[in-house]
Design a protein around this ligand. Structure first.
Ligand code: NAD
Length: 498
């Protein structure tokens, strides 16, 4: 069984903790690797390496840093298939879905290629007599990223290219459930020419995370994962004086108005609800048809489609979705379906107890469709993060909007309609960070930024794009006057530049 090690200062190392954890193939349920679990000693070593690498890296010209991102783009494009296979082997998503993950990660790398332009700063001449002001953004130092299992390549690559392009050095603490992608990302950067110590990978769980929060030389933390952990990292990281962005969980609704193209809406719900087995923070998990007639038409379309979902391992090119990540995740999802049933939801398609011939040990949950879900049900209030689509029938457009605005999460949402007025009103009024109009998964492209509202994010900045430049740099403003030989005498009033 392969041991997945840390990578610190350019060297693979098992670390000092001696602790390991199994990594599974979720399609078979077999342990395929072991990952070492680091703690304080490993984080200390990684931060030391990153701190040592910082002066040279931050002093490298932005154009040279961009050249490495450009080389990385070439390496990733050439090795896209290998990256996708590495993702799928431990996550379970289909190969095409994993290729989509690589494509979205590439957008961030491409944006980072333009860093010299983004960092070029501002200059104002003659802000006062003989006085000029320039403003520049400087790198923070050593920054850390803590990432979830569901996008083991894309989410680290939401962070690393932008942090490095801005001149920082990086410590990545990836998910311990599918850790191989992180080491592969390191390898891609190394092939692109990144110097040792600029990027370091420390594997582990809570102990490693707590060491990141406590380390005085880590200036900033980017976190993506569930809301309770996001809140924990945000509050403790801020209390430790760090800059923190912490993106959390989601419950994404899609409103279907009576004038929507129902076939198109049903197709969109299938992809957005069941793609990647619903393990996406931008998955649509609640369909909100407006009016009984719309709801009946939608449910009639969706029921056979959910029954016909093609479920299989990532190696099956016909599969539309794979297994969920662990046995614990499977049990949690099935328990939530039972809770929904117990609270009165109608189980139109039941994915509990799903078994795939030849893969009996895998962590499978079949596509599940719940109708007549109501606001008070656990299945509605909690993030399920599995292949479960709830239908919550709303009697009016206003009720539907109010429902979304009341929900604790505000990551993504969508509306399907042909009515421009309604769509425009929706975009304006909805209390959610990423909005789709007839687009079910409105993940912003790499030159915009990603981020939800409410309990889906803690911190002022979204991730990647222009927001990342602000997060990974701090502003310095220099006001200068050169001696002219003319004395104006001491001034005791507050300088007005007039
Ligand atoms: P998770 O919160 O369990 O884990 C995320 C990271 O936190 C991992 O690196 C893990 O090792 C660490 N961690 C876990 N428990 C911890 C603890 N007690 N103390 C300190 N650190 C801990 O999340 P996950 O299950 O890996 O990922 C799924 C979640 O991530 C979902 O809630 C999903 O919505 C969310 N997510 C959000 C976004 C977004 O952009 N908002 C994107 C992807 C995933």
């Amino acid at each position: 069984m392969t041991i997945i090690e840390h990578i610190i200062g350019g060297q693979n190392t098992p670390g000092a903790s001696g602790e390991t954890q199994n990594v599974y193939n979720p399609a078979t349920g077999e342990a395929i690797h072991q990952v070492v679990l680091g703690a304080e000693a490993e984080i200390n070593a990684a931060v030391r390496a990153a701190k040592d690498a910082f002066p040279a890296w931050s002093g490298t010209s932005p154009a040279k840093r961009a050249a490495i991102m450009f080389a990385l783009r070439g390496v990733m494009t050439r090795r896209a298939d290998e990256i996708a296979r590495t993702i799928s082997a431990e996550h379970g998503k289909t190969h095409d879905d994993a290729l989509g993950e690589v494509a979205r990660a590439l957008e961030v790398v491409e944006y980072a290629c333009g860093i010299p332009d983004k960092l070029k700063g501002d200059f104002s001449r003659e802000v006062g007599p003989g006085i000029d002001t320039c403003a520049e953004r400087q790198a923070l130092g050593v920054v850390a990223g803590i990432t979830p299992f569901n996008f083991p390549a894309m989410v680290p690559l939401w962070m690393i290219p932008m942090a490095l392009a801005c001149g920082n050095t990086f410590v990545l603490k990836p998910s311990e459930r599918d850790p191989s992608s992180a080491n592969l990302i390191y390898d891609l950067f190394r092939e692109a020419g990144l110097p040792d110590g600029v990027l370091n990978v420390v594997h582990g769980g809570k102990q490693a995370v707590d060491a990141v929060i406590a380390h005085p030389n880590i200036q900033a933390i980017s976190f993506v994962g569930s809301t309770p952990i996001a809140h924990y990292i945000y509050s403790n990281g801020c209390a430790a004086g760090k800059r923190v962005q912490a993106l959390g969980g989601a419950k994404n609704h899609m409103i279907i108005l009576p004038d929507a193209d129902i076939d198109q809406a049903a197709d969109a719900l299938m992809g957005a609800g069941f793609g990647s087995a619903g393990e996406r923070c931008m998955a649509i998990s609640v369909a909100v048809p407006v009016g009984e007639e719309t709801a009946n038409r939608l449910v009639e379309k969706l029921t056979p489609m959910v029954r016909a979902l093609k479920i299989g391992p990532s190696t099956d090119t016909d599969a539309e979705m794979g297994p969920v990540i662990t046995k614990e995740a499977k049990d949690r999802i099935e328990n939530l379906i039972s809770a929904g049933e117990g609270e009165g939801a109608e189980v139109l398609v039941d994915g509990r107890g799903y078994n795939l011939q030849g893969y009996e040990g895998g962590f499978w949950v079949g596509g599940t469709l719940l109708d007549r879900v109501t606001e008070d049900m656990t299945v509605y209030k909690q993030e399920i993060f599995g292949p479960v689509l709830s239908v919550l029938r709303a009697d009016s457009y206003d009720t539907a909007v109010e429902l979304i605005n009341k929900h604790q999460y505000g990551n993504g949402t969508a509306i399907f309609t042909r009515d421009g007025d309604a769509a425009r009103d929706f975009a304006k009024r909805i209390q959610v960070g990423m909005v789709g109009i007839n687009v079910p998964i409105p993940v912003p492209v790499g030159y915009h930024s990603f981020g939800g509202w409410k309990q889906s994010i803690f911190g002022a900045h979204g991730i990647y794009g222009p927001e990342a430049i602000h997060f990974y740099t701090r502003l310095k403003t220099v006001t200068s006057r050169w001696p002219t030989g003319i004395r104006s005498g001491a001034e005791f009033t507050f300088p007005s530049m007039g």
